[in-house]
Design a protein around this ligand. Sequence first.
Ligand SMILES: [Zn+2]
Ligand SMILES: [Zn+2]
Length: 113
Amino acid sequence: MRAAARGAVYAAVTGRMGGRCQCRTGDPGACGKAHAVTGRDCCGRGGARRALVVVPVDPAVPDHIAAVLPAERLIALCPACWDRRRNAALAADAGTAQPELFPAPTTEGTDES
Ligand SMILES: [Zn+2]
Ligand SMILES: [Zn+2]
């Protein structure tokens, strides 16, 4: 998929919740943590240094499939939830950790370090 197309997918997914984390305790794709604010929805936002991450709802989807999934099968996670979900996957099976397939657009010159 071309970078422009991925940018459109990123915008579509993150726009669903107004730029907030879509992690919801107990739902598919959730990080597994009980979120403090509502007890269920995270609603976290990406920070200035790290934007929301768009990943497949299903952590087991292979990368080459995940890269072409429609927006409906993707979820936007805040960096904290993404780290928890990824770390949980790493702990369970080193082979299932996913890369960030839909990086945030870098038009504002973000620091990628
Ligand atoms: Zn979150
Ligand atoms: Zn979460």
